[in-house]
Ligand binder design. Structure first.
Ligand code: SF4
Length: 712
């Protein structure tokens, strides 16, 4: 039976910040019996590499935690990166990193899983591994160490952490994590015939078995001479796939939700119920990685959402519910949902908020629908304030819609508006920045006109654009940090309205984000050196020091501008080319060209499709399943603004294409097709059949499933 570190942990709590974050035992946390520890078929630590305060609020972590612990013979415990005072105390006392449930050493588990939500937590990944007393470099670990996996957005540009993470799991984890954990745990068991697998054997087995698992140590990276650009990855073994797929939960209605989330008893950034109403966004904003890598759009029904909210409310007692998604205004039944939520929760004095509203004319209806709930804030993310820049980023919004929505919100009692803007977008001009300040001022004063009361408080958060993998701007250089700082200070001076508060993301932090977001494995020595010099909690201004990073890079002969500000050539290999997670390179490049020509790409709603690289058959099957397309209507794959139809494989044709069934009888629902596809995925995994070529990477599970549609 493993031994709890709780007595040793207790000794450290006197004198550290916020000690409650280290003791666990929260409402809805799950503590499985240590007496049956040996009988468990898989043990995993879920880690958000930031403080408890930040990590415990992450909905994805809560979903996986509940999902794993709902399986009787599996266990998931949590850990977060200890704050520096605690980390120092642990090192001094010789206490290794522990979990919050049973206070066990992290090394007692089969798998340690990180969720990578921002590059500024990468130094914490190293800090966490080090505190767990696991070698930083994957190649120095033995079979006794847990397998370290990483998912989340960072797993879509994994090369920068390739030397530290054993396995990346890009995409959705809901359907992949349980089979993966069982697979790993079974091969690590000491009582299996022949004993546990060696680490190298196990990693090889993972790489050739799971089409959605990227195992960096199974690939050799090539670079141009003289420390030139990245040239690509080559599998070390013939049975390791060249292309790794991102996992996708197609049947989103049935995907697990966190209806029993852990209720923190220490401070957390989000003390409320979070309900994910849909996943994916096909608006096609050219800066937005989340929108590109989560395609296709998948929805839950109003009934499921209201029931889940009710169940979660009963299990937590929270008095506030947030409906989350990338663009909640695009949820097809948003009015019905708000009405139903209002009917159910207004009498209970539970507020309902929508933090991700896309701005359209329709949006002005929403404040009235939210009548009666507490006015917990109205947030808009216009991103840019001029029409020209909107065409460049492909964000189809109008200032008049923001104005109308703000006016409706003021009329319904809101007195505060939050706006999100970005600077540093390729093609940006001075007039674009001026427009941000002037428009915020106008919106503030609009409340006086609408209500006769004082100007509204308008909080404007201005981030710096950081090009990421899998967006049309992935080839572009990021704006120099000194220029960013000048622009920020110019905008600050321009603002004369005391009710308008401009808050800028730190230009140096954005620069580090830019380096790490498109890095390759040659950055590893720089990360180790920065860690050695004390880098941790880089997302926290009190701990972040760019000079420490620049000195570390310098000591390792790394030029950070090669990664952050350099523009890439069209044919340059990118360190994420081996991942197939949706949008194709051709599609992204064509979108970049359209950005330069200020040409919009229409939202692929209804029957319109731009053949982005996601299987259109899947998108349309999902839309039909949800009643968003008539069952008998054949969707037209109409293409870009030029009227040219590119066709499924990127071949130009002059006629629109239609979907039709590949076998007698159309796919009845996406759920059926997706089920078949997922069965295929499972079979693929169990049969150890890798996806082995570029060509097959674009073939989709759905198109191979019996009865699935295909594009002809
Ligand atoms: S395949 Fe077509 S419909 Fe689906 S996300 Fe891509 S462009 Fe939109």
């Amino acid at each position: 039976m493993p031994e709890s570190l709780l007595p040793a942990v207790r000794e450290l709590l006197d004198g550290v910040t916020n000690p409650a974050q280290y003791i666990g035992g929260e409402f809805n946390s799950v503590r499985k019996d240590l007496g049956s520890w040996g009988a468990l078929a898989g043990r995993m630590v879920l880690c958000y590499p930031d403080t408890y305060e930040v990590g415990t609020s992450h909905n994805g972590l809560q979903i996986l935690y509940q999902m794993l612990n709902d399986v009787p013979d599996l266990v998931a415990e949590r850990c977060f990166t200890p704050w520096p005072d605690m980390a120092d105390a642990m090192r001094a006392a010789g206490v290794p990193l522990f979990t919050l449930e049973n206070h066990l050493p992290v090394t007692d588990f089969d798998v340690l899983g990180f969720t990578l939500q921002t590059e500024l937590t990468y130094s914490n990944v190293l800090e966490t591994i080090d505190l767990a007393r696991i070698p930083l470099l994957a190649r120095e670990r033995s079979s006794g160490h847990p397998i370290i996996v990483a998912g989340g957005h960072g797993a879509h540009s994994p090369e920068v952490l390739a030397e530290f993470i054993d396995v990346f799991l890009p995409g959705d984890a809901e359907e992949t994590l349980i089979p993966f954990l069982r697979f790993v745990a079974e091969r690590r068991r000491a009582d299996r015939p022949g004993g546990p697998m060696s680490r190298e054997e196990l990693l090889h087995d993972i790489a050739r078995t799971f089409a959605y698992a990227y195992v960096p140590s199974m690939y050799t990276a090539a670079f141009d001479p003289d420390n030139g650009p990245f040239r690509g990855l080559t599998p070390r073994f013939a049975d390791v796939p060249r292309i790794v797929k991102g996992a996708s939960v197609f049947d989103f209605s049935s995907a697990p939700m966190a209806t029993r989330p852990v209720v923190p008893h220490a401070r957390s950034v989000q003390d409320r119920i979070s309900i994910e109403i849909m996943r994916g966004c096909t608006r096609g904003c050219r800066f937005c990685q989340a929108g590109m890598i989560t395609r296709p759009m998948r929805y839950r029904t109003v009934e499921d959402l209201v029931n889940a909210a009710e169940e979660t409310w009963k299990n937590t007692g929270y008095d506030s519910i947030t409906l989350t998604s990338l663009s909640s205004g695009d949820y097809p039944w948003i009015e019905q949902l708000l009405r139903a939520m209002s009917e159910r929760f207004t009498p209970r004095k539970v507020s309902v908020s929508l933090p991700s509203l896309r701005v359209t004319g329709e949006l002005s209806k929403l404040p009235a629908l939210m009548h009666g709930v507490r006015k917990s804030g109205m947030t808009f993310a216009p991103e840019v304030a001029t029409d020209r820049l909107r065409r460049i980023i492909n964000k189809d919004i109008r200032n008049e819609d923001v104005r109308a929505s703000a006016a409706a919100a003021y009329a319904e009692g809101w007195a505060q508006i939050k706006l999100y803007y970005m600077i540093g977008i390729p093609g940006e001009r001075e007039e674009d920045l001026r427009a941000v300040v002037e428009f915020a001022d106008e919106l503030s004063k609009l409340r006086q006109k609408v209500t006769g009361q004082g100007p509204a408080a308008v909080n404007v958060t201005v981030s710096t654009f950081v090009p990421k993998a899998f967006v049309p701007f992935q080839w572009d250089g990021m704006m120099d940090r000194h220029v960013v700082r000048e622009k920020q200070s110019w905008m600050r001076k321009l603002n004369r309205n005391r009710r308008v508060k401009l808050k800028f993301h730190d230009a140096d932090q954005s620069f580090l984000e830019g380096i790490l977001s498109r890095g390759d494995r040659r950055l590893a020595p720089g990360l180790i050196e920065a860690h050695r010099r004390g880098a941790r909690f880089d997302a926290w201004s009190e701990h972040f020091e760019l000079p420490r990073w620049l000195d570390a890079f310098d000591a390792c002969g790394i030029d950070p501008d090669k990664y952050a500000t350099r523009e890439r050539a069209r044919d340059e290999a990118l360190p994420w080319d081996h991942l197939d997670i949706g949008p194709s390179r051709d599609y992204l490049w064509s979108e970049r060209e359209k950005a330069r020509e200020e040409i919009k790409t229409e939202y692929c709603v209804g029957k319109v499709c731009h053949v982005c690289g996601v299987p259109p058959s899947l998108c349309f099957a999902i839309k039909r399943d949800m009643g968003l397309l008539p069952t008998k209507q054949l969707p037209i794959l109409s293409m870009d603004g030029s009227g040219v139809t590119r066709g499924v494989e990127g071949v130009a044709t002059d006629a629109p294409r239609r979907l039709r069934s590949a076998s007698p009888g159309p796919v009845r629902t996406a759920r059926h097709a997706a089920g078949a596809a997922q069965a295929g995925a499972g079979a693929t995994a169990l049969a150890a059949t890798p996806v082995a070529s570029d060509d097959s990477s674009r073939e989709t599970l759905i198109d191979r499933a019996p009865g699935a549609t295909e594009c002809v």
